[in-house]
Each structure stands twice: as structure tokens, then as C-alpha cells.
Design a protein around this ligand. Structure first.
Ligand code: PEP
Ligand code: MG
Length: 328
């Protein structure tokens, strides 16, 4: 198997009936960028910038943030990198950052975290924005914001980056050729205001890890709940299908960057509801590519439509049986 996946490194993720998928990887550390060539992915679809903050004993200085981003962009070469702004707070606490109000939170996942914290403590976000803009000078900067619940949060975050861009421009510093802004959809409420959000953004990335925990009201880290709710449930897939359709209608590229996309049956279902871009853990690329290359999309799409219209008792089993029958 491993040899078979390695042989796929230079093969594109195209379905049997000719649809090209975009297959990117999730990363967070400098070395992860090297994985791009090794696994043959299209870029980094989610760079978790908080990793640098989490592994550091002190607040990483702007220069050191910039060095990391630059080295990742250099390693990625022509392939795109999507940087997600800092997603800390809640259970990802930074000892050196005084976030007194986030200590002793009863529900850290739903607490003062990610963009919520970053918009309040905007010094952190401004420094990061400068580091990103300077690191991407001459190239394209793709930046996205985590845990957006309402469209205004995207506006505020974008304004903050644009402010830094203007500051640098006024000082005649080298700037990126283009800055593309994305939103993460991981809070269900955001799905109800997509008509407002979508015209503002350049791309949408669905974080299915947080999204499913909020949809099911089930802690993503709770061992007793880990197996109870299935990603392959009508609730999740119908929800995602609605989001994908809205994004398609607005011509906004939409992808999934949660762990769900790194499992073959789950990835197949995502493709079945219209997802064409996945960002997954690097070790899963071979497996997912193999699945895509064996898939007949024109057969899957109506089959899944039928399953979602009148869901079988066990959707996972039904999808597995379909995949088996079709040699996926
Ligand atoms: C997600 O929530 O699905 C996601 C990709 O972000 P993280 O796992 O870092 O919260
Ligand atoms: Mg998340």
C-alpha cells in the first residue's frame, strides 16, 4: 500500500470521470512545508500559526513570526499557502500571555478564543498581520480567520490587516502582490448569514472539527462522545451541502480543512456533496488521492443525493457498501 501511494505522488487527484480536485495539506511547523513535495499535494490549505506560539516559552517576536512564514512560503515555492491567524485561548492557553478572563472558563471551546480574543487583543493580531505581509512581499498572501460567528468579525479582522498594509505602503515597504482573505466556517450561526459574508470573501474553508462539535453540541475531545456522533450523518452532510451550494452560487471557492477530509469514506461523501478542495493531514494524501482516482463522480453524486433525501438507518454502512460495489 505504502509503495502504491508513493507512486501516486506525481499523479493528480482526478476522478475517473475527469474532475480535478484540489488536495492540500494541513501544517503548522516549519518542517511541514517539506511534506508538500514528498506527498505531492497542491499547497498548504491550513497553516495553523498558533503552533509557533504554543511551542514557545515566550511570546514569539514579530521578526521570528515573519521568519517562520517566509520559510514556509519559500519551501512551498509556487504552491499556495493559506495562513490562519492565531487560534488560541480557551484550552490552547499561552502561559506568557495574560488572558486573565479566559482562565477558569467553564466552556473554553465556546469561550474567548481565536478571532474573538485576537480582535480584543489587537496588538497580537497587528504584529502577526505585519509579519505575514512582510513575509509574503512580492508574492500572494492568503490569510484566513478562525471562529467567525458573524460577518462583522470578518470585516474587523480584514480591516486590521488592511491597516497594516497601508502602514507598510506609507513607508514604501515591499508588499504582497495580492492579499486574499478567507473565512473559516466552524460556527454554525455563520451558515445563516452566508448571503452577507460570501460577497466579502475570497475563499471559504470549513473547519469540520469545531463545526461538528457545535452542531452536535458534543465536545470534540470527550472520549465518551468521540464515537457517538458520526461525520457521516445526514445532519452534517445536509448542512455542508447547503454551505457548498451557497458558496457555488456566489462563485466563492469552498474547501474543507477539518480532519474529516483525511478519511477516505468521509472525503468521498464530501466530494459527493460538491466539495472540490480538501486540506488534510499529510499522511493521508496517498490514500485520499487513490480514492479520488478510483471514483466515478457522476455515479456518486446522484447516489448520495438519494441517500440524503431519504437517509438509510446507517448512512456510513450504506456509503461503504456503495464504495465497495463501485470499487472505490
Ligand atoms: C477545525 O476546527 O476543523 C479546524 C480545522 O481547526 P482546528 O482543528 O485547528 O480547530
Ligand atoms: Mg477549529
Amino acid at each position: 500500500r505504502r509503495a502504491q501511494y508513493a507512486a501516486l505522488r506525481d499523479q493528480p487527484p482526478v476522478t475517473r470521470d475527469g474532475t480535478r480536485m484540489t488536495l492540500m495539506v494541513n501544517a503548522g511547523l516549519r518542517d511541514d512545508a517539506g511534506a508538500l513535495d514528498l506527498v505531492g499535494a497542491d499547497g498548504i490549505g491550513l497553516f495553523r500559526t498558533e503552533f509557533q506560539f504554543l511551542v514557545s516559552a515566550t511570546l514569539p517576536r514579530r521578526e521570528s513570526q515573519q521568519r517562520l512564514y517566509k520559510s514556509v512560503l519559500d519551501a512551498a515555492g509556487d504552491k499556495p499557502v493559506i495562513f490562519r491567524t492565531i487560534d488560541v485561548g480557551g484550552d490552547k492557553a499561552l502561559p506568557y500571555l495574560k488572558v486573565e478572563d479566559s482562565e477558569n472558563e467553564e466552556n473554553p471551546a465556546m469561550g474567548w478564543r481565536a478571532l474573538r480574543l485576537a480582535l480584543d487583543r489587537d496588538g497580537l493580531m497587528k504584529a502577526q498581520a505585519r509579519a505575514l505581509l512582510e513575509a509574503a512581499a512580492g508574492g500572494v498572501l492568503n490569510v484566513m480567520f478562525p471562529m467567525i460567528s458573524e460577518p462583522w468579525e470578518f470585516d474587523a479582522a480584514k480591516a486590521l490587516v488592511e491597516e497594516q498594509r497601508a502602514w507598510l505602503a506609507a513607508r514604501r515597504k515591499a508588499l504582497p502582490r495580492d492579499v486574499r482573505y478567507g473565512a473559516m466556517l466552524e460556527v454554525p450561526a455563520l451558515a445563516e448569514t452566508l448571503d452577507i459574508l460570501l460577497p466579502k470573501i475570497d475563499f471559504l474553508s470549513i473547519g469540520t472539527n469545531d463545526l461538528t462539535q457545535f452542531l452536535f453540541a458534543a465536545d470534540r475531545a470527550h472520549p465518551k462522545l468521540a464515537e457517538r456522533y458520526d461525520w457521516l450523518s445526514p445532519a452534517i452532510l445536509r448542512f455542508l451541502r447547503r454551505v457548498v451550494r451557497a458558496a457555488d452560487d456566489h462563485g466563492v471557492p469552498v474547501g474543507v480543512c477539518g480532519e474529516m477530509g483525511g478519511r477516505p469514506l468521509e472525503a468521498m461523501a464530501l466530494i459527493g456533496i460538491g466539495i472540490r478542495r480538501l486540506s488534510i493531514t499529510p499522511v493521508a494524501v496517498g490514500q485520499i488521492k487513490a480514492m479520488i482516482r478510483s471514483l466515478d463522480l457522476s455515479a456518486l453524486t446522484p447516489a448520495l443525493e438519494g441517500m440524503l433525501a431519504r437517509p438509510p438507518e446507517d448512512l456510513r454502512a450504506a456509503l461503504a457498501a456503495w464504495a465497495d460495489r463501485h470499487q472505490v
